[in-house]
Design a protein around this ligand. Structure first.
Ligand SMILES: [Fe+2]
Length: 249
C-alpha cells in the first residue's frame, strides 16, 4: 500500500511515492527524512546536543551526595493496643476545627447534613471550608505575603454515614471589595460526593450588615444563628444543610 511503513531486518524501510514520477519506491528512514526536509521542511532532523560537563572534583562537597539515593525508611514497631474502657460510643461525628487554636473572634459552631435531592444522606461527602478571619482577611489575600504551607481558616472534612458534618471556627468578618462595596460575613463551601455534581457555594448569616447591598448573596443561603453557652463561655451556632444535584448521565 502506498505510504505504508515496513520494518525489515532490523532497519526501518519505508515505501513512499516518488514525487516526480508518481511511482512507489523504497527508501530508508534517513532517506525519507532527507527527502521530506528537502521537499519543504516538513520534518527537521533533531539537533545534535553536547552533553553537559561535570564540574570536576567535588572535593569536600562530595559528602552531600553520599546519601543519594535516599535510604528506605526504617522498619517501625506497631503501636501497642490498649483497653477500650467502658465509655466508647460508636458513631461519633467527623468533626473539624477550621480556625487556628484560640483564634480571635466569636466562636461559631456550624453543623448540618449533606443530602441528595431524593433526601438520602450522602455519607462520605467531602466538604472544603474556607473563610476570612475576624478582621476580614484571608491567609492568601496579600501577594507580598504568600501563606506557604500554613492553612489558616481552612479545613476539609468528611460527612459521616448519616451525612452529618460539624465544625468549630470563628465568625468571619465582612470585608471591603471596593471604595463603596463590601462582602457580608460568609463562609465558602466546596462539596463533593460520588455520583453527584460538585457544589461551590457560600453560607451567609441573617441580619448582617451588607447583606442587602451584596451582589452575590442568595436568600436561600442565609441561616439564622442562635446563642449557646459552653464550659468556657458563649458562642454562636447554626445549621446549614447542603443538597447536591445528581450527576447528569
Ligand atoms: Fe470570601
Amino acid at each position: 500500500m502506498e505510504g505504508m511503513t515496513h520494518v525489515a531486518a532490523g532497519r526501518a524501510a519505508v515505501t513512499v511515492p516518488d514525487q516526480h514520477s508518481g511511482a512507489a519506491m523504497t527508501s530508508t528512514r534517513r532517506d525519507l527524512i532527507n527527502r521530506l526536509a528537502a521537499a519543504g521542511g516538513i520534518l527537521a532532523a533533531a539537533p545534535v546536543l553536547t552533553a553537559t560537563e561535570p564540574s570536576g572534583d567535588l572535593a569536600p562537597y562530595a559528602r552531600f551526595f553520599a546519601d543519594d539515593p535516599p535510604k528506605p525508611p526504617p522498619a517501625l514497631v506497631p503501636t501497642e493496643a490498649n483497653t477500650a474502657g467502658p465509655y466508647f460510643r460508636p458513631g461519633a461525628l467527623f468533626r473539624a476545627k477550621v480556625c487556628p487554636p484560640r483564634a480571635a473572634g466569636t466562636v461559631l459552631l456550624i453543623s448540618g447534613r449533606i443530602l441528595s435531592t431524593d433526601g438520602s444522606a450522602l455519607g462520605g461527602a467531602m466538604l472544603e471550608i474556607w473563610h476570612a478571619d475576624d478582621k476580614g482577611r484571608y491567609d492568601n489575600d496579600d501577594p507580598d505575603k504568600p501563606p506557604g504551607a500554613v492553612m489558616i481558616n481552612r479545613a476539609r472534612l468528611v460527612a459521616d454515614e448519616r451525612g452529618r458534618y460539624e465544625y468549630e471556627t470563628i465568625l468571619p468578618a465582612a470585608y471591603r471589595t471596593g471604595p463603596k462595596s463590601w462582602r457580608p460575613r460568609h463562609i465558602h463551601y466546596r462539596v463533593r460526593a460520588a455520583r453527584h455534581g460538585e457544589l461551590i457555594t457560600q453560607l451567609y448569616f441573617k441580619g448582617e450588615e451588607h447583606n442587602d447591598t451584596d451582589t452575590i448573596i442568595r436568600p436561600a443561603l442565609i441561616i439564622a444563628l442562635s446563642n449557646a453557652t459552653g464550659d468556657a463561655g458563649a458562642y454562636k451556632q447554626g445549621v446549614f444543610d447542603v443538597v447536591l444535584a445528581k450527576a447528569q448521565g
